[in-house]
Design a protein around this ligand. Structure first.
Ligand code: CMP
Length: 143
């Protein structure tokens, strides 16, 4: 079953949006297979966002993502990677469609509420980085 890594960023956690965001993915029909509230160490943040290392906003990005607790999650379901990205909306909340998470709750690109893996390679890498094969459950049957 396809899996993706999703994370409510510090702005989403501080604005009490964890429940709202989890609820959206539950109601859509995806299954939560792992979750933890955590403070990201700087080294993990730099590795997670390694592809953006040369960007001018890299320092700001790492500073922000380590500034407070995040809610890291693994979700599974058919086409969950692409569908979750649709549900999140465009990276910049000003371009995110109404009804999407960023379209409803975000204003600026640096504080865009949620992160989601953009490909199966990223999902595998990010799940490994944040969960290291631990704390994920298996569902034996559909209900
Ligand atoms: P995310 O999906 O977590 O992946 C990379 C992040 O970089 C992105 O969300 C944005 O929050 C952030 N980002 C992209 N562009 C900028 C920018 N111009 N200034 C600050 N942060 C940015």
């Amino acid at each position: 079953m396809e899996k993706t890594f999703l994370m409510v960023k510090p702005d989403g956690v501080q604005r009490n949006l964890i429940g709202e965001i989890v609820s959206r993915f539950e109601k859509k029909g995806f299954q939560l297979v792992g979750a933890k509230l955590m403070q990201i160490p700087t080294e993990l943040a730099e590795e997670h966002y390694g592809e953006h290392k040369e960007r001018p906003f890299f320092g700001e990005l790492v500073e922000f993502i380590t500034s407070g607790p995040v809610f890291a999650m693994v979700w599974q379901g058919e086409n969950v990677i692409a569908t979750a990205r649709h549900m999140m909306g465009a990276t910049n909340p000003k371009d995110a469609a109404p009804g999407t998470i960023r379209g409803e709750y975000g204003v600026i690109v640096g504080k865009n509420i949620i992160h989601g893996s953009d490909s199966s390679e990223s999902a595998e890498r990010e799940i490994g980085l944040f969960f290291n094969g631990e704390g994920l459950v298996e569902y034996k049957r559909d209900v």
